[in-house]
Design a protein around this ligand. Structure first.
Ligand code: G3I
Ligand code: 9MR
Ligand code: ZN
Length: 551
């Protein structure tokens, strides 16, 4: 029987709003049971929604009054049973630990021992020097995280991932302080759920967490040229086949410098200073110097148009025709961290012209806004008010979309694009921001709904994070997973993409009618436009998880 009941397969914290979606034509009477059979709730789902994104009719039920802990499922006569889910203070820890451990497994240039990485263990990879594009110059640039299902290492997406993980830490100390690196606990234990007693007894210690982020920051520091500018990326000229990373032996090439890489690096280093100060003072000072130097270089850079892959390089482009939002973020973040008037002037000039938004690799405005709103230094208060209002207006538009979707998803039919799951979690972050600014619970409820969508309450009934929930993606486009024949746990898939952008999905649907936009995902490892994974999709997921999980 087709699945007709859709729910977050990981779980809900006791105080969270709890909704379930039915695919049905008429109102649904439903019950919530403990897995031992005891019935804890009976209700009716009578909110009807015509769901154009999923091409179906939905009814939505609400069982938020159930707050007791345990493992449950939803049952409705004629529609069957849902996947099981937890209600508990710990319901989200396992998926948190596992999606964070992904960064460790993506480490480049580091031996992953079997004890820590299981079947994904490998020798240090990509250890050779990289050649500067168009020159004979060689540079040592080992380290960092592989970007995605491929083995490229790209500065912009890396900076975005670190920034998001730093926000996760700032907002979710209770989760992040409990993260343990697989190197310390071993692979099999990498997703152990702590008991409530553990939570109470174990003091948080963010050192494993900060250590992981430092692994990426250390690498980014190596991509800074002597004049302060950042190389856009380092990769082999072309994508390799489905092999383990140490088997990719082509020459490594450093692509030319870009404004976006330089600005994002300046910003994230400035942000990182406050986190590393109490942890490693000398390192914090190094970040500060690197950040300021990058900013100076950025000010002098005037490269028209976005980054384009140079001749002979075909790996991830991350071209971005507008670099103003990256400059905007950098100016705000450096002002907050270091206080120079120049940074303030730069930010205010840009913001008076246009208030930017965005948490994506090509739109970084929201990070600028958060920095300017949270600085303790003097600011233009009218501008601050305008930014706040603009953030709330954006969240209102998103909320309207979410409230009219059968799964509470903040995407219109057209927004099921490549990496749609990033849009989902980023919209969750915009909603969370509005909750922080207004205190209105409806924003937080909707932010949480984005997390529930990613964890299974979606029209595919799929938990988009591998290895979590009952029915999760199993064949992501991720080279180590394909090489080992088993999906690495803890990876967020890119999500449905309504235009068919890879050969596998094109071929499978050729001559057939296309599925509804929200169902355009193929759980096959060839479908990189719907089922790849990346560090910045995971980081966005983690920022959302830590934000709403500790709200
Ligand atoms: O957002 C616009 C939307 O407004 C417009 O209506 C629509 C119509 O074309 O396009 C949307 O932009 C798309 C964008 O993703 C959305 O984020 C682009 O067309 C689409 O090409 C772009 O896809 C990017 C993809 O590379 C191809 O360039 C993904 O964002 C990006 O995450 C992905 O990155 C790859 C790296 O290159 C290599 N490593 C793996 C990684 C993930 O697949
Ligand atoms: O594996 C690559 C993936 O990481 C990228 O996101 C994607 C788009 O740039 O490209 C993939 O590589 C494919 C290449 O573009 C075309 N031939 C098949 C490759 C996948 O096996
Ligand atoms: Zn590598």
């Amino acid at each position: 029987m087709y699945k007709r009941i859709f729910i977050d397969q990981c779980g809900y914290l006791p105080h969270m709003k709890k909704e379930v979606t039915f695919c049905a034509e008429e109102p649904v009477s439903f019950a919530v049971h403990r897995v031992d059979g005891t019935c804890v709730y009976i209700g009716t789902a009578d909110r009807r929604i015509e769901n154009a994104s999923a091409g179906e009719t939905n009814y939505v039920g609400d069982f938020s009054t159930v707050t007791e802990s345990g493992l449950f499922f939803v049952h409705a006569i004629g529609l069957g049973e849902s996947d099981s889910f937890f209600i508990s203070e710990n319901a989200l820890f396992e998926v948190f630990q596992s999606s964070m451990a992904f960064f460790y497994f993506q480490r480049c240039g580091h031996e992953l021992p079997e004890k820590a990485a299981g079947i994904y263990a490998h020798e240090p990879c990509h250890t050779g020097h990289a050649r500067v594009y168009g020159k004979e110059e060689l540079r040592e640039v080992t380290g960092g995280w592989h970007d995605a299902g491929d083995y490229g290492r790209y500065v912009g997406p890396g900076a975005m991932a670190v920034a998001q993980l730093l926000y996760a830490l700032e907002r979710g100390e209770a989760l992040c302080g409990r993260y343990r690196s697989p190197e310390n606990i071993g692979f099999a234990a990498a997703s152990l759920t702590p008991s409530a007693a553990d939570f109470a007894a174990r003091p948080g210690d963010p050192s494993d967490y900060l250590e992981e982020l430092k692994y990426e920051l250390d690498w980014m520091l190596k991509l800074q040229r002597e004049d302060g500018a950042l190389y856009h990326k380092v990769s082999c000229p072309n994508f390799c086949g489905f092999i383990m990373p140490e088997d990719e032996k082509d020459e490594l090439v450093l692509s030319p410098v870009s404004v976006t890489a330089t600005a994002d690096f300046a910003a994230v280093c400035a942000m990182a200073v406050r986190f590393y100060k109490g942890f490693d003072e000398a390192y914090a000072r190094r970040l500060e110097a690197a950040s300021q130097k990058a900013y100076e270089a950025m000010k002098k850079m005037d490269i028209p148009g976005g980054f384009k892959n140079p001749d002979g390089i075909t790996t991830g482009e991350y071209g971005d025709s507008c670099d103003t939002d990256e400059r905007y973020w950098a100016a705000a973040e450096l002002y907050k961290a270091f206080g120079d008037e120049m940074y303030r002037k730069d930010f205010e000039e840009l913001a008076r012209e246009k208030i930017y938004h965005g948490y994506g690799w090509s739109d970084m405005g929201s990070y600028g806004n958060l920095a300017y709103l949270s600085t303790e230094r003097p600011v233009d208060e009218a501008l601050q008010r305008a930014i706040r209002q603009s953030m709330i207006d954006l969240a209102d538009r998103i909320l309207q979309i979410a409230e009219s979707d059968g799964y509470g998803t903040a995407l219109t039919e057209k927004q099921y694009v490549w990496g749609s799951n990033l849009l989902v979690s980023n919209n969750g972050l915009h909603l969370y921001d509005a909750w922080k600014l207004t205190g209105e619970r409806r924003y937080l409820d909707a932010a949480e709904a984005q997390l529930h969508y990613l964890l299974g309450r979606n029209s595919m009934g799929l938990c988009f994070v591998s290895g979590c929930g009952t029915y999760s993606i199993r064949h992501p486009h991720h080279r180590p997973s394909v090489a080992q024949g088993k999906a690495m746990p803890g990876m967020l898939s890119g999500g449905p993409c309504r235009w068919f952008a890879d050969e596998t999905i094109k071929e499978l649907f050729s001559g057939k009618s296309a599925p509804a936009p929200a169902k355009c995902l193929l759980d096959m490892n060839g479908s990189y436009s719907t089922n790849e994974v990346t560090i910045y999709w995971n980081s966005s997921f983690l920022q959302l998880l830590a934000s709403v999980g500790c709200a």
